[in-house]
Design a protein around this ligand. Structure first.
Ligand code: ADP
Length: 257
């Protein structure tokens, strides 16, 4: 049986196709999220990669910010449930998920069976989310994927004191005009996201093993800073950005089985 999960995020659309609820057949990611043609492009791309037609998919579940808007889906499911399912599938040892996406951050505590024991969420403020990093990378004229290379080289990270993205942007511009070392500045930006997220994580309670999912998990600068703040290692889940879509594909298998 083939099931498909589609995660329609704020900035990206991701799809995963699973065979019999256990084998990942294909994945796709399009850098365009809800309200764009990103979801249908990601859907078409994953079918092509899998060598399957739409008719061969037994069940589709949509998740993410734009999950209510997708007509191809048979059902929808919350991002929290899908991330929990996806991360538990990839790493059954995980007890705390830190998920930082394009416009929100969530901390989810998992039971041994992979069910949600507790969660806290920041979906009110861009600081502490991928949006903050996207804005800063734009200011520094570099892709977000380059941030970690700079951050991990820093010797004396700059302290960004503003908690608001707009004020932090002015702070970064002022640092740039002082010709501050770029690595130290980028590390300060990553540390700022990490300290906001660590505060969120402490509210939820931290239990080892701690794993990171969502697009920002790929940023080693944020991961390392979080590990330092929390005093425990923070692992990057394999295929971190696809955990919502994977969880949705698992949910589709469970619903159709
Ligand atoms: P959403 O589901 O809300 O669209 P994602 O979980 O896909 O969010 O994460 C998107 C965020 O991930 C972006 O805002 C960006 O900051 C970050 N990101 C994406 N790709 C990378 C990368 N290669 N390296 C570091 N960060 C990345």
């Amino acid at each position: 049986m083939y099931t498909l999960g589609i995660d329609i995020g704020s900035t990206t659309s991701k799809c995963v196709i699973l065979k019999d609820g256990s084998e990942i057949i294909a994945m796709s990611l399009v850098q365009a999220g809800t309200g764009t043609d990103g979801p249908s492009r990601a859907y078409a791309e994953v079918l092509t990669k899998a060598g399957l037609t739409k008719e061969q998919i037994d069940y589709t579940v949509a998740t993410g910010y734009g999950r209510n808007t997708y007509a191809e889906a048979d059902a929808e499911m919350s991002e929290l449930s899908c991330h929990a399912k996806g991360v538990h599938f990839m790493n059954p040892e995980c007890r705390t998920i830190i998920d930082i996406g394009g416009q929100d951050a969530k901390v989810i505590q998992l039971s041994e069976r992979g069910t949600i024991a507790n969660f806290v969420m920041n979906d009110k403020c861009a600081a502490g989310t991928g949006r903050f990093l996207d804005v800063m990378a734009g200011l520094l004229q570099m892709p977000v994927s380059d941030l970690e290379n700079y951050a991990l080289r820093a010797e004396e990270p700059v302290k960004i004191s503003s908690t608001c993205t707009v004020f932090a942007e002015s702070e970064v511009i002022s640092q740039l005009s002082k010709n501050v070392d770029l690595s130290n500045l980028v590390a300060g930006i990553c540390n700022s996201v990490a300290s906001r997220t660590a505060a969120l994580a402490k509210r939820a309670g931290i239990k080892d093993v701690v794993c990171m999912s969502g697009g920002v998990a790929q940023n080693g600068g944020v991961r390392e800073a979080l590990a330092k703040e929390l005093g425990t290692p923070v692992l990057e889940v394999k295929y971190a950005q696809y955990m919502g879509a994977l969880g949705a594909a698992i949910a589709a298998f469970e619903k159709n089985n």
